[in-house]
Design a protein around this ligand. Structure first.
Ligand code: IPM
Ligand code: MN
Length: 352
């Protein structure tokens, strides 16, 4: 197969982890006889520095024309404590999601048998956890009307959803649930928020189209608690943008390291794959960041964007092998030897 992949390394540890994923994908391509053309493009603080814009039109063009997009991370500390910065790297990410129509953010959380004791949570709580969040990604409070009034003394952000937006996300949730254990949880705050009541009413109306799926409705504050108490009780969860942002960071603790969890952001036409961790600027350039979340995101890309299941499995298998062999970066090595980011990539390539 001929594959054209846009590669947006971004900021911080983005380029280092992306390099490893590219190496692994190239090795998979050799093994299974595919031809990958990588098309690098600028994003984030790196793009602001180069062209004054975190998601330049040129990058958008490249993404529009690619079969899939592999994304590193964006964010730079020089913008974090400067609320008055006019352009911010994060705006690039939001603009990209909106312009490419990536409305569904798929964020799985699972455990690796060899890493169960890396999680700060007790083994008996988390063993066997295998859940997926579908986070709505192009609506809600991230994109609603926002501003200041009263001469800057009052600030507001508005959470807005249309029924159509809820339906298209929920549809993905029901469909995913049908391929798994047929359990769907709709996470909202319908006891307080009108937008949540629209979510709940819309999902309830869709239930009859999926009679086999058992749907539960839970408030986000309760889910935040149950997620770490009984993660095993969940399978597919659907939720709005901000709730999903917060809960998926929380869920990553179950797996033992944020450096492990992959994600996909998908729409009608475009597919983007990225680690759920951020740019981790403290580690940038040190060759210590865990590349596995990005590499596992590439596995999702092979499976979902290209329909290449065996290729995806080969990546997951070799990752499991590296974990079992203790070929891990310092976030996972505990008192044993820590491998460098590039050493982990090299090991995976050699073992593919
Ligand atoms: C994420 C990130 C982004 C978000 C930030 C960087 C804008 O936290 O992808 O979860 O809030 O969506
Ligand atoms: Mn986040």
């Amino acid at each position: 197969m001929k594959l054209k992949i846009a590669v947006l390394a971004g900021d911080g540890i983005g380029p280092e982890v992306i390099n490893q994923a590219v190496k692994v994908c190239d090795a998979v391509a050799v093994k299974y006889n595919h031809e990958i053309k990588w098309i690098p493009a600028l994003t984030g603080a790196a793009a602001i520095d180069a062209v004054g814009e975190p998601y330049p039109d040129e990058t958008h063009k490249i993404c529009m024309n690619a079969d899939a997009i592999l994304f590193g991370a964006i964010g730079h500390p020089k913008y974090d404590n400067n609320p008055s910065a006019k352009v911010r790297p994060e705006q690039g990410l939001l603009k990209m999601r909106k312009k490419l129509g990536l409305f569904a953010n798929v964020r799985p959380t699972f455990t690796f048998p060899s890493l169960i004791d890396n999680s700060p949570l007790k083994r008996e709580r988390i063993e066997g956890t295998d859940l997926v969040f579908l986070r709505e990604l192009t609506g809600g409070i991230y994109f609603g009307e926002k501003g200041r009034k009263d001469g800057g003394e009052t600030a507001f952000d508005t959470c807005t959803y249309t029924r159509k937006e809820v339906i298209r996300l929920a549809k993905k949730g029901f469909e995913l649930a049908m391929t798994r254990s047929k359990k769907l949880c709709c996470v909202d705050k319908a006891n307080v928020l009108e937008s949540s009541r629209l979510w709940r009413e819309t999902v309830q109306a869709m239930e009859k189209e999926y009679p086999e799926v058992e749907v539960s409705y839970e408030f986000v504050d309760a889910v935040a608690m149950r997620l770490v108490q009984w993660p095993n009780s969940y399978d597919v969860l659907i939720t709005e943008n901000l709730f999903g942002d917060i809960l998926t960071d929380e869920a990553s603790v179950i797996s033992g390291s944020m450096g492990l969890m992959p994600s996909a952001s998908v729409g009608e036409k475009h597919y983007l794959y990225e680690p759920i961790h951020g740019s981790y600027p403290q580690a940038a350039g040190k060759n210590i960041a865990n590349p596995l979340a990005t590499i596992l995101s590439a596995a999702m890309m092979f499976e979902d964007a290209f329909g290449l299941k065996e290729e995806a499995e080969s990546i997951r298998n070799v990752v499991n092998k590296s974990l079992a062999a203790g070929v891990v970066t310092e976030d996972l090595s505990r008192d044993k030897k820590a491998y460098k980011t590039s050493d982990v990539g090299d090991w995976l390539v050699a073992n593919l």
